[in-house]
Design a protein around this ligand. Sequence first.
Ligand code: AMP
Length: 485
Amino acid sequence: MTFETLKLAPAIVKAVLEQGYTTPTPIQAQAIPAVLAGGDLLGGAQTGTGKTAAFALPILHRLAMSRSATNRSGGTGIRALVLTPTRELAAQVEESFRVYGKYLQLKSTVIFGGVGMNPQIDALRRGVDIVVATPGRLLDLQQQGKLDLSTVQVLVLDEADRMLDMGFIHDIKKLLALLPRQKQSLLFSATFSDDIRELAQGLLNNPASIQVTPRNTTVQRITQVAHPVGRAKKKALLTHIIQTHAWSQVLVFTRTKFGANHVAEHLSKAGIPAMALHGNKSQSARTQALQGFKDGAIRALVATDIAARGIDIDDLPHVVNYDIPNVSEDYVHRIGRTGRAGASGEAVSLYSLDEEGWLADIERFTKQNIPRQAMDGFGPEAGEKAEPIAMGRQTIWGGVGKPPSREVMQAAAKAARTEMMQRMRDNKSPASHKSAPAAVATRHNESRSTPRPHASTNSPTNSNRPAGRRHGSGRPGTARPATGR
Ligand code: AMP
């Protein structure tokens, strides 16, 4: 079989041949005719099977052969919507649409969180035929009135199992409700849990069912574990874990650039080749860090969320949350770095008392319990209490229960500021002598070095809280920066 025999438009076949594909993969051979025929599809396939082209090629064909749509504001309306669990996959899929559609007059764009919204809003305003997106940001845009989904003709849920694993079911349901009833729906998933079947049943209409991997065999799964740790023992515990398991490649996430530098330095001193990766590093330092990590010279890459986004490494065996993110969605993106493409992955979280509340938020958000495992000698000290965490000008509360009084929060913020000023005066910041002031950080919590405050008291009074949160558990103090999703 060839791509010509699948009756794809010559312009598409030409682009595909240019990619060096000569024969359709099994999922392509089955899915392409089914999608071209206009029916719904339930595809059991993992990354690596050629599933992206299996839906992208017939979608491109159908869009190229029909008239463009007009949205509410008179621009080109969205006809194909692809939802993916991660930013990286969204970017890859959209790139595939571009590559396969290079000889067509169709426009596509990718939408995901963690970057500025304005370019995405502009792209939507200019009009696109194809949108590839992660659910959260897409909903944000919709809620701001920047998105018109009324013209969608084809919907793809890619890696649906991972989307559900990551707690996106509510976002997906909200998005589904915004789409026209009459449409073609394609659902791809590597595994078929009851939840996936339920989702498929509600969405798909008499679907063709295609399975190219044995059911639930090479399941990509991420093992998650959380270790309670004393505030002052995190570095020691991280070192201990890497050494005892002899991990050779681990991506470590910290909340701040300052923290990333400190952790990398500590690991290096302990004999674990490590490097920090963050927005203050020059491009050449970043490239060098990445290359070293890829070829095994660097065992631990310590990164902030922002910096990690640019890391193009599939199949990481281990991810460590050295700091628990205050935005639950970041946890999902972080652990999504591992367990890809059939590989098993491990995500380890180190949480101090200061972050216990955030960990509980994450469990609510992902609808999963993360097993806790105490490590002998590394737990919180007797009498250790939760303290607020300083993030730039904000002092936020990540502990369990209500935040301390306003006075305590303010004292903590002041202590943090004083400490930071002192450090700048002493010129002790690792950042100051290690990195070139190159890239501009795009997010508050990456934009400043943030030491932790030493608030001594922790009154449980509930007073003037910092701004609210996103994921609805009502926990205060976890405002998401404007650019963050
Ligand atoms: P996917 O499963 O969509 O992530 O695709 C896995 C890889 O297979 C990608 O690098 C594609 O470029 C490649 N690929 C997809 N279809 C074909 C094909 N028919 N022949 C050769 N390579 C392909």
